[in-house]
Design a protein around this ligand. Structure first.
Ligand code: RIB
Ligand code: CA
Length: 312
């Protein structure tokens, strides 16, 4: 069976880094390109970080593109308080030598979807949805060519992490999220409801420490840094490892469960901007537009991570 073609849109971020490593370690996946967006840290850093991660994985051949440096309408909100000043705090890695591609990320997304057969490419988003929304605005024809979008974002029962109502990726660019959720594209959503069940406990992290590889050491160091904020905030034995849930779903969908429901994005209230309003109990006539995940086999998830990342 030929590998599944994917585009990864990302704002690295330590958890994005683990997701990218998982994708690059998976023979089932062909990463056509990595497009970067402003989010956890500004674009210049996310575009740098994506290349640092590729070189750590021994993949300087991967095409990395810079995309939107701000949301469609809002002022950029970043998350250095979680990810550190560089976005990849926890371990010092060499500056990338591989090039950033000249094309804008949005143009790469549009052209790739037009060049590939309809339904051939899955888009995996790990950050704010600005690039995807811009691509849909620029080339509406690509909506029916995308096989699926698997995205990390949103929250319902787990409520917000950047405000009481909203999860960071959606909060940063709610207008972009609205465009994606209204697109009619097959959406699978990894909200905080599920990522908060994928906690980086000491047992799960030991596997990376035991690898004795540069990659294993980096993943352990990144999660050690990344988890301090959430462990204190949630008083949990580990931090949610959000973004790798997207890639793990492509490899082992059986690890996840959820419900196909309608999800709308709050755009107008300052109090609830970016909230993902999931009609979990079907109390509205609104058409279901997303597979909204709620549970994960955490042991299976971390075993997959360790097994695959251990091959790098
Ligand atoms: O809310 C968690 C999400 O925001 C993750 O994708 C993390 O990397 C940040 O982008
Ligand atoms: Ca991210």
């Amino acid at each position: 069976m030929p590998p599944r073609k994917i585009i990864i849109d990302t704002d690295p971020g330590q958890d994005d880094a683990v997701a990218i490593l998982l994708a690059l370690a998976a023979p089932e996946l062909q990463v056509l390109g990595i497009t970067t967006v402003a989010g956890n840290v500004p674009l210049a850093l996310t575009a740098r970080n994506a290349r640092v991660i590729c070189e750590l994985a021994g993949r300087p051949d991967i095409f990395v593109f810079a995309g939107a440096d701000r949301p469609l309408q809002r002022t950029l909100v970043t998350a250095e308080h979680v990810h550190g000043k560089t976005g990849l705090d926890g371990i010092a890695l060499p500056e990338p030598r591989m090039p950033l591609q000249d094309a804008h990320a949005v143009d790469f997304i549009v052209q790739t979807l037009r060049d590939e057969p309809p339904g051939a490419v899955t888009v995996c988003t790990l950050g704010p949805l600005t690039n995807i929304a811009m691509a849909l605005q620029k080339a509406p024809d690509i909506a029916e060519r995308i096989a699926a979008i698997v995205l990390m974002g949103g929250a319902y029962f787990e409520v917000g992490n950047i405000t009481p109502a909203a999860e960071f990726n959606i909060y940063v660019d709610p207008e972009a999220a609205h465009k994606v959720f209204a697109s009619g594209i097959d959406l699978t959503v990894m909200p905080l409801d599920v990522t908060h069940k994928a906690l980086t406990t000491e047992t799960h992290l030991q596997a990376f420490r035991d690898m004795g590889t540069r990659v294993g050491d980096a993943v352990a160091a990144w999660t050690d840094f990344f988890e301090r904020f959430d462990k204190e905030k949630y008083a949990t034995p580990g931090a949610p490892l959000h973004d790798p849930c997207v890639i793990a779903y492509l490899l082992r969908p059986d690890l996840f469960s959820g419900r196909h429901v309608n999800v709308e994005i709050e755009l107008h209230s300052a109090l609830t901007r970016g909230m993902t309003v999931a009609d979990w109990w079907g109390v509205t006539p609104r058409r279901p537009n997303a597979m909204f995940m709620g549970d994960v086999d955490a042991d299976g998830f971390f075993a997959l991570l360790a097994e695959r990342i251990g091959t790098l």
